[in-house]
Design a protein around this ligand. Structure first.
Ligand code: UD1
Length: 379
C-alpha cells in the first residue's frame, strides 16, 4: 500500500509506483490518497501528467490544523489497512500524510517503508522536520536518497534498516525531460518569457507566508529586482490566501507575473530556462541543482545540504539579502559554467528500480518467515 496526499509526494512516488505496477505478477498495489491536497491543480494534474493509477481509496481529509489533519488521516486510514492487510506500507516524504500513515501502520503491526528517509534540516520548528524524524523512527525500511541521509540515520541508531537507493525525483525528472523540452516553447510563450531573463519564485512555507508583514516585504523586495528580469510566481493556495488578505493578488506590476500552481512538466520547463530560482521548497532546490539553475533558498536551513556545493544553492532568511543574492546570481555566467561541472550526489536515475527490488525482497522475506512459523499439521 502506497499512501500519498500532497503535491511533492505524487512526484517522488510516481517512478516507484510505475515500477511496482509493471511487476503485477509479483506484487499488488493499493494507492491511498489522504486528500491533504484536493484542488485539481494540486493533485489531479499530477496523477494525469505522471500517469499514476487512480487511488483505490481517498480519505478526503482536506485542510485543517496539523493535529486535526494528522489525526483524521490516522483514524480514516485504519479501515483500509485492516481491510487490505498490506504486507508493506510505503510513505514518501515529510508531510502530515507521511507521519499519519506511518504511525497508523506501525500501530497495526504493518511494516513501514519510508521513501526519502534520513533528511534533516536540524530545525524542529518546521512541521516537516518533526514528520521526518518520527516517521524514520517508526519505519522498518529506510530508503535513503543520499549518503548524507544514510549518515544521519546511522547517527540516530537506525543504520541496520537503511538502504542507499538514490533519489526518485531524479528518476522522475529523467523520464519527464523529453516532454519538458517539447513543451518549453509553448510555456514560455504563454507567459511571454525569454530564457534566462526571468526569475522563478515559489513560496509556501508557513515561516514565509503566514507572517503577513514578512510576505509583504518579500514581495516588495522582489519587485526591486533589475528591470531586465521578469518574475514568474506560481502561487501555492496557502500563499494565495495570504496575498489576498494583503490585497496583493493582482498582477499590478507588469514584471511580476502571478500564476496559478503549475503542473510538473510546466514548472520544470519554467525552471530549466530561468536565470535563477527563489524558493522555500525542498524539492525545487534539488530540481534546480539537477538542472544546473542557480538557486536562492529563502530559509535559514535546508534538508538538502548537497545542493549547497559550489554555490549552486544559497541560504538567506532575510528577504532583502535573499533578493540581492538573486540579482547577483541571475547574472553570474561564471557560476553557470561552474554548475555544469558539479557532481551528482542524487544517484543514477535508477532509484525506483532499486526501491522496487527492496520492497519485493522484503515481502518475500515476510512470507518465508510466516511459512517457517506455521506449525506443521501433525498428520
Ligand atoms: C504541505 C506540506 C509541505 C509540502 C507542501 C507542498 C505538511 C505539514 N506540509 O504544505 O511539507 O511542502 O504541502 O505543497 O504536510 N489548500 C488548497 N487546496 C489544496 C491544498 C491546500 O486550497 O488542494 C490550502 C488550504 O487553504 C490549506 C493550505 O492550502 O489550509 C495549506 O495546505 P496543507 O496541505 O495543510 O499544507 P501545505 O502548506 O500545502
Amino acid at each position: 500500500m502506497f499512501v500519498v496526499g500532497a503535491r511533492p509526494q505524487f512526484i517522488k512516488s510516481a517512478p516507484v509506483i510505475y515500477e511496482l505496477t509493471s511487476r503485477r505478477n509479483l506484487v499488488t498495489l493499493n494507492i491511498v490518497h489522504s486528500g491533504q491536497h484536493y484542488a485539481p491543480e494540486m493533485s489531479e494534474i499530477f496523477f494525469r501528467e505522471l500517469r499514476i493509477p487512480e487511488p483505490t481509496v481517498n480519505l478526503a481529509v482536506g485542510s485543517s490544523s496539523h493535529a486535526s489533519q494528522t489525526s483524521t488521516i490516522m483514524s480514516r486510514l485504519e479501515r483500509p489497512i485492516t481491510k487490505f492487510r498490506p504486507n508493506i506500507l510505503v510513505v514518501p516524504g515529510d508531510t502530515n500524510t507521511t507521519l499519519a500513515a506511518a504511525l497508523t501502520a506501525a500501530k497495526l503491526q504493518v511494516p513501514v517503508a519510508h521513501l526519502e528517509a534520513g533528511l534533516r534540516s536540524w530545525d524542529m520548528s518546521m512541521p516537516e522536520e518533526i514528520n521526518r524524524v518520527l516517521t524514520d523512527h517508526c519505519s522498518s525500511i529506510l530508503l535513503a536518497p543520499t549518503q548524507t541521509a544514510v549518515t544521519n540515520l546511522r547517527n540516530e541508531g537506525l543504520g541496520e534498516r537503511v538502504y542507499l537507493t538514490g533519489d526518485t525525483n531524479l528518476d522522475a525528472l529523467k523520464r519527464a525531460l523529453p516532454l519538458i523540452k517539447k513543451k518549453t516553447q509553448m510555456i514560455l510563450g504563454k507567459f511571454k518569457l525569454t530564457p534566462r531573463h526571468y526569475v522563478l519564485v515559489t513560496l509556501h512555507r508557513p515561516s514565509n507566508v503566514d507572517n503577513l508583514k514578512r510576505l509583504r516585504l518579500i514581495r516588495s523586495e522582489l519587485i526591486k529586482l533589475s528591470s531586465d528580469q521578469a518574475i514568474v510566481f506560481p502561487i501555492h493556495p496557502r500563499t494565495k490566501t495570504q496575498l489576498e488578505r494583503l490585497e496583493l493578488c493582482s498582477n499590478s506590476d507588469k514584471r511580476l507575473i502571478l500564476a496559478p500552481p503549475q503542473g510538473y512538466i510546466e514548472v520544470l520547463a519554467l525552471l530549466r530556462n530561468a536565470s535563477c530560482l527563489l524558493t522555500d521548497s525542498g524539492g525545487m532546490q534539488k530540481e534546480a541543482y539537477l538542472l544546473r539553475v542557480p538557486c536562492v533558498t529563502i530559509r535559514s536551513s535546508t534538508e538538502w545540504p548537497e545542493t549547497l556545493a559550489g554555490g549552486a544553492n544559497r541560504l538567506a532568511e532575510n528577504p532583502e539579502v535573499a533578493c540581492n543574492l538573486v540579482a547577483a546570481v541571475a547574472m553570474d555566467n561564471r557560476l553557470r559554467r561552474r554548475l555544469m561541472h558539479l557532481s551528482n550526489p542524487f544517484g543514477d536515475g535508477k532509484a525506483s528500480k532499486r526501491i522496487t527490488k527492496i520492497i519485493i525482497q522484503a515481502i518475500g522475506k515476510l512470507y518465508k518467515k510466516r511459512a517457517s512459523q506455521t506449525i506443521p499439521n501433525e498428520s
